[in-house]
Design a protein. Structure first.
Length: 136
């Protein structure tokens, strides 16, 4: 089974969506990691734990307001290239801005879902040139 984790890091929260095909399995809205700039291992532990739970390697589509955030969380290198481990592969994408809407439940996740759709549009190809989708 193929699982995709959309991971969007904003200044005030982290939103996660785990999808298998078209089925949403997990949705979470968390505060940003504590000790943000000090070698945070919580994000890696979360992704590794989910991969172990699902017994598969996760595709993690990652978007952050600041490109340096991926590096500080050890999800990308200094150049913004996503890391690859035995448990997960990180595909960094540019965050897209949507109109603010009213929140429901744990929040509005449409923009996080778009990260998964962007991954589907590129055919799951993790090469940087394949991920470039023209803006409208």
């Amino acid at each position: 089974m193929k699982y995709t984790m959309a991971f969007k890091l904003d200044r005030d929260r982290v939103r996660l969506v785990l999808i298998q095909g078209e089925q949403e399995l997990l949705r979470a809205s968390l505060p940003p990691p504590a000790r943000f700039w000090s070698g945070n291992k919580a994000v890696k532990a979360l992704l590794e734990s989910l991969a172990l739970w699902l017994d598969t390697r996760l595709r993690v589509v990652f978007a952050a307001a600041d490109p340096a955030d991926g590096w500080s969380l050890e999800l990308t290198d200094e150049l913004g290239i996503g890391c690859r481990t035995l448990f997960y592969e990180v595909i960094p994408v540019e965050p897209r801005r949507l109109r603010r809407r009213r929140l429901g439940g744990v929040g509005d996740f449409r923009d996080v879902h778009q990260l998964c759709l962007l991954d589907l549009l590129t055919g799951g190809d993790s090469r940087p040139e394949a991920r470039e989708v023209p803006h409208r």
